[in-house]
Write a new protein. Structure first.
Length: 788
């Protein structure tokens, strides 16, 4: 509908674009009061005259009337403004409309008073927010402004912020000036007058992080407010304050580092004096002219043509004043409104409306004039002229400060909600982020390290299988048979499980799902725990059998078969399974993400995360398992120490078992992965120091597991392989004399003294000692023969 009206208006302009000479003699004068402070007269006076000239020589506009203007110099003073109003009200006939003023302190009282005279009041310069509040329609019902107000400016800000995908902003408002009161949360009758913060949050989904209040009275509080904005990581700042306080704010922002390529300031007006601090800042202001210079206007001239005429008419002064085009369009707005009313009056009454013949207060056509202003729609020098709720829906230009000057980068047309940015903004400048981005970076074990350690563990498994094949192939060999080959097989199986645990420790959510990862948490714990129990439980049982044989001082035949050793190992394994099952039911595992110290960069913060198997009662169950394993190793060390002088390599591994236990204890104290009981109670260990470094922790843990397992296998089986090479047939070796003297001496000190090598003076005692030694040798041979 609006488009059709606009087309009709443009066609009317072309139809009526005929030669027409202006004659005062036969036209009815229409008074128009203009409030023009003397300081603006040099710049705006020629514009008013040009507009009147174009109107009077336009064949379709006021062809039976001419505008008789009355200039009033208010000097931007309220008293002079009211005095001028009273003087104009006494003119006969009085003006049908008031045009002006340039200052708010004049416009406000005049606008409040004009409603009682039922006179249209149109301002060419007013932008104050008080004329767009909820009660403005009641307080200033006849007041209009041709300059785009805060509704257009706020919408342009919102569209600019939304365009660059900024979703977090901070605002600074001047709390001691009602001009910037749009930040206040008031209840608005009309949606266009919502405050900026409400428009941002509810209209565009942009979160206002913090609104800082600044004022001249609390100027020293600016630093605290900026600190609060910085603390909340605000990168996009929207300012609503006057130029006087802007300098102080921006200087403080410069000292706090709130400027540069990572920050954006969106300010009202121009602030070219703050060069360094405001580089690349945005300025949102009403546009002085329409950007479409070839657009045909209501005056039957293009925007470019009128712009050129205006600049020639007032010279260099016009370059400093942005109001001249709005003055031009404002005069046209009033002229068109009266023209349409007069044409309707003539159509209804059959005669021209002559204010000289009626009362001079225009009360009979006031409602029509008000309606015509409200429904105004034409193409002017400043773009499409249109009003809504007494406020101009016009053009707002978007400027950016670059390298010492403002560059126009786009505009917003409030009449059709059109937001346009030129291509230059996309090539010369990059929009910063609206906040420091928190990048959660999952720390994983490197593929190369995982593959390398998996290969090492695979080699360990192959080594264990090699020892298993030797043990099975030569299980009837005298050397292997005396070393309990079945127990050796269990040691190998336990070692294979510990090798497999290295691969399991390297799996993460890259390879499996989160649910499968939780299953792997159980697998890691079970495999390593049971592997340790099988390996060291078997070594403990072997040592216990040797100890039982050589500490039997009662001369009875004592045979400990393998099934008893299996039963012992099975009992320990069963105990582990019971504990692990209780752990799974009482305190199940879950996937836990542990945050590491953050890494701060310019525009983002990297928050490293590592995956962990979490169980609420981990410490309790680890303490139980450590206690059992520790007791097993302590008993193993004790038995190995007791049988250290049994010098039959095929039967006794006490020396190698002791070495294995020593290595496991030392390395587990340094590392103890995955069981981290000591880390939980803050005891020293390398694993605790490296727990935040995924690769290092995994490498250290895997190395210790592979090293301990491989060392244990080699200590147990390499001597046997060497002996097999030396004695492949398995002939009975000749053991040195006194091979059990220490074993028996540990259980019976008196017998140990009898078997000593001291020279006895008593021949009878010497004979008894030899007989006793002979008896013990015979018993030993019987026991060994029974085992074989």
């Amino acid at each position: 509908m609006l488009f059709n009206i606009l087309i009709f208006t443009q066609l009317s302009v072309l139809i009526y674009a005929q030669d027409c000479k202006f004659h005062h003699n036969h036209r009815i004068p229409i008074a128009l009061g203009i409030f023009l402070p003397n300081q603006y007269k040099a710049a705006l006076g020629p514009t008013i005259n040009l507009a009147l000239e174009h109107i009077h020589y336009h064949s379709c506009i006021l062809n039976n009337y001419f505008l008789s203007v009355f200039f009033k110099d208010t000097k931007c003073q309220t008293s002079l403004g009211m005095k001028a109003l009273f003087e104009l009200m006494n003119v006969k006939p009085r003006p049908f409309a008031l045009f002006g003023d340039a200052c708010t302190n004049v416009n406000e009282p005049v606008a409040m008073a004009s409603k009682y005279w039922q006179i249209i009041h149109l301002s060419y310069a007013e932008t104050h927010a008080k004329f767009a509040t909820a009660d403005s329609q009641q307080m200033y019902p006849t007041f209009f402004r041709v300059v785009p107000g805060h509704r257009n400016l706020n919408t342009a800000r919102c569209r600019l912020i939304y365009h660059f995908n900024w979703r977090r902003v901070g605002t600074l408002k001047q709390s001691d000036d009602p001009r910037f009161a749009l930040m206040r949360k008031l209840v608005f009758i009309f949606k266009p007058h919502e405050p900026l913060t409400t428009k941002l949050e509810h209209g565009y989904g942009i979160k206002v992080i913090y609104t800082a209040g600044v004022s001249h009275d609390e100027i020293n509080n600016i630093a605290n407010e900026l600190d609060e904005l910085k603390k909340r990581d605000v990168r996009i700042f929207i300012g609503d304050f006057d130029e006087a306080i802007a300098v102080r704010i921006m200087c403080e922002a410069y000292r706090k580092g709130l400027y540069g390529e990572n920050y954006v300031w969106i300010l009202p007006g121009y602030h070219s004096e703050l060069n360094i601090a405001l580089e690349s800042h945005f300025s949102i202001e009403y546009a002085p002219y329409s950007p479409h210079l070839d657009q045909m206007t209501i005056a039957n001239k293009t925007v470019g043509m009128i712009k050129e005429i205006l600049e020639k008419a007032c010279g260099s002064i016009c370059f400093e004043n942005k109001l001249k085009a709005y003055v031009y369009d404002g005069i046209w707005t009033l002229a068109l409104a009266f023209h349409n009313v007069s044409m309707r009056y003539k159509s209804n009454h059959g005669t021209l409306y002559d204010p000289r013949l009626f009362s001079s207060n225009y009360s009979d056509i006031h409602a029509d004039l008000l309606q015509e202003i409200t429904s105004t729609l034409f193409e002017g020098v400043t773009g499409r002229v249109q009003f809504e709720n007494n406020e101009r829906l016009g053009l707002v230009e978007i400027l950016q400060w670059r390298n010492g000057s403002y560059i126009e980068i786009g505009y917003f047309d409030g009449s059709n909600e059109l937001f346009t940015l030129y291509q230059i903004i996309k090539t010369d400048w990059h929009a910063p982020l609206d906040a420091t981005i928190l990048v959660r970076q999952r720390q994983y074990i490197s593929y190369a390290l995982f593959i390398f350690l998996s290969l090492l563990s695979s080699i360990g498994v192959l080594l264990a299988l090699f020892f298993l094949s030797i043990n099975v192939r030569y299980r009837y060999h005298r050397l292997i048979k005396m070393s309990s080959p079945n127990m050796n097989n269990i040691i190998i199986v336990g070692s294979i499980l510990t090798y497999i645990s290295v691969v399991l420790l390297g799996f993460d959510t890259r390879f499996v799902s989160s649910q499968t990862f939780i299953t792997l948490c159980y697998a890691k714990t079970w495999v390593l725990c049971l592997g340790f129990t099988l390996a060291f439980g078997s070594m403990f049982s072997k040592t216990w059998r040797v100890h039982s044989i050589f500490t039997n001082i009662h001369m009875n035949k004592k045979a400990i078969k393998d099934y008893k050793l299996f039963f012992f190992v099975g009992a320990v394994v069963f105990l582990d399974i019971i504990i692990l099952i209780m752990w799974a039911f009482i305190s199940p595992f879950s996937l836990s993400l542990i945050e590491l110290p953050k890494i701060y960069l310019d525009n983002k913060v990297i928050a490293p995360e590592i995956e962990r198997c979490y169980s609420e009662n981990t410490v309790v169950f680890q303490a139980i398992i450590f206690g059992i394993k520790g007791l097993l190793m302590i008993l193993g060390c004790f038995l190995a120490w007791e049988t250290r002088y049994v010098n039959i390599p095929a039967l006794n591994d006490s020396k190698y078992i002791g070495m294995s236990v020593y290595n496991v204890v030392v390395i587990s104290t340094l590392n103890h992965k995955p069981f981290d009981l000591f880390r939980q109670i803050n005891l020293f260990n390398l694993s605790n120091k490296l727990q935040d470094q995924v690769d290092e922790a995994y490498a250290l843990t895997s190395f210790f597991i592979i090293f301990c397992t491989t060392l244990t296998l080699c200590l147990v089986f390499v001597p046997k392989i060497i002996e097999l090479i030396r004695n492949p047939i398995g002939s009975e070796p000749h053991y040195r004399k006194g091979l059990v003297k220490s074993v028996i001496g540990r259980q019976n000190k008196q017998l140990s003294r009898q078997l000593s090598v001291n020279v006895y003076n008593n021949e009878k005692d010497r004979l008894q000692r030899l007989e006793e030694e002979n008896r013990i040798w015979n018993q030993f041979l019987e026991e060994v023969s029974f085992i074989i």
